[in-house]
Write a protein that binds this ligand. Structure first.
Ligand SMILES: *Cc1c(COP(=O)(O)O)cnc(C)c1O
Length: 420
């Protein structure tokens, strides 16, 4: 083998010298890009059969056969009386917020996907950003109490990463302070809190079935509730307020799920145990391969609860690793591992909120610290055990040589250059 050939083979294998890292000109460890949130896809044949049936029926949307079946299945799985399927999770949030008569100020975490805040601001309700618990990454009930003002009408808590909020404490605050409590459960389909399925807590819970969620309907979402009146109102609101032909009795919008999305959902449901099993296996493998690596903590899931394990979340302690989270992300991207910084920098530092509330960060020290440390790695059915091994080897190498990598990144970068 030629010298060049031998070098290439070596570079493709484990990193041995800093120069082997792709960020310093080495060969990327992976030929194809690995993404966070690559869709899980169920049985293609079943999906195509259903789509053919939809075409035969000539009923493409407007509460058709498949949407009805989908709503029934989701309600069963969430253990609720009602499920209202929607075109996406964001519209589901907007509908639930409006149907619950939230106004004025509503308390939300800043450490969440921007849709949680936008769904409020879109209807001119002020999202009041509240800090999180550093261990759970979900709303800190003690901080929630501090954010309540005479204008507060509600709380939207987020079951971040699929790990349930402190539901009991939040329900107690909502009850004693007369606030409306609902949950953004976009991450938490199939998860439990104290053994009970997420879906029936608060006045309503909202799921997202976006393509990047572990269980998807291409685009889609749902609201689950046990409240009959609320469900009836939501059904009207998602369909322009139509109560029958030529009869509109309420203000509404178009929030309907289409039949093809429901077909995807029903097909995905048939593989959901497999998706969760793969995620759980991936999580265990990452845990083993990153075990003992100083400064790198894999966020755990409670073994006593059901969970979908859809997010592979690391917290990087830069003092220990001697390399920052952002440098690790840059280094992984060069290797074709597209790690993500969810939910950096926090909603309060994105527009329009950063302009409206430039000092919100003063009340959010934990959010700011966590948002600077968290890094998500690829998981799901689109990646294999060999990929995970490779990702972990890169990380282990980079962290083991953290100080040197940092120094070399600084010296190889033109002064003042900002990479992202
Ligand atoms: C994905 C997500 C949403 C929005 O759902 P879409 O279906 O993409 O509109 C809302 N909240 C959180 C926390 C999410 O992760």
């Amino acid at each position: 083998m030629s010298r060049e050939g031998a070098l290439l083979v070596r570079a493709k294998q484990e990193k041995q010298e800093l120069e082997d890292l792709a960020v310093f000109g080495g060969e990327p460890s992976l030929d194809d890009k690995l993404y966070v949130g690559r869709p899980n896809i169920g049985d293609r044949e079943r999906l195509l059969e259903r789509i053919n049936d939809i075409l035969d029926r000539r009923w493409l949307t407007n509460s058709g056969h498949y949407v009805q079946e989908f709503e029934q299945k989701i309600a069963e799985m969430a253990g609720t009386r009602h499920c209202i399927a929607t075109c996406n999770g964001t519209v589901a949030l907007e509908l639930a917020i409006r149907a619950l008569n939230m106004t004025g100020e509503v308390i939300v975490p800043s450490f969440t996907f921007i849709a949680t805040a936008h769904a409020l601001q879109w209807q001119e309700i002020t999202p009041v950003f509240c800090d999180i618990d550093p261990r759970t990454h979900t709303l800190d009930p003690k901080q929630v109490e501090r954010m309540i003002t005479p204008r507060t009408t509600g709380i939207i808590a987020v079951h971040l990463w699929g790990r349930a909020c402190n539901v009991d404490a939040l329900e107690e605050i909502a009850r004693s302070r007369g606030l409306t409590l609902m949950f953004d459960a976009a991450h938490a389909f199939g998860c439990t809190y104290r053994g009970r399925k997420i879906g029936s807590f608060g006045r309503a819970e909202v799921f997202s079935f976006h393509a990047t969620k572990f269980f998807n309907t291409f685009e889609g979402g749902a609201i689950t509730t046990n409240d009959d009146d609320l469900a009836a109102k939501l059904r009207l609101m998602k369909n322009f307020g139509f109560a029958g032909y030529d009869k509109v009795i309420y203000i509404g919008t178009n929030g309907k799920m289409s039949e093809v999305s429901a077909a995807m959902g029903l097909t995905s449901l048939e593989s959901i145990d497999e998706f969760i099993g793969v995620n759980r296996g991936n999580h265990a493998q990452y845990g083993e391969e990153l075990g003992g690596l100083r400064g790198v903590r894999l966020i755990p899931y409670d073994p006593d609860e059901q969970c979908n394990y859809q997010y592979l979340v690391l917290e990087i302690d830069e003092e220990e690793t001697q390399i920052s989270r952002d440098d690790l992300v840059q280094l992984l991207w060069a290797e074709n591992v597209l790690a993500r910084r969810y939910f950096y920098p926090g909603c309060h530092r994105m527009e329009p909120y950063r302009s409206y509330y430039p000092h919100a960060g003063l009340m959010l020290p934990v959010t700011e610290r966590v948002a600077a440390r968290v890094m998500l790695l690829p998981t799901g059915t689109a990646i294999g055990h060999a990929d995970i091994r490779t990702i972990c080897q890169i990380l282990r190498f980079a962290v083991t040589h953290g100080a040197d990598v940092t120094q070399m990144l600084r010296s190889s970068r033109p002064p003042g250059m900002v990479t992202r």
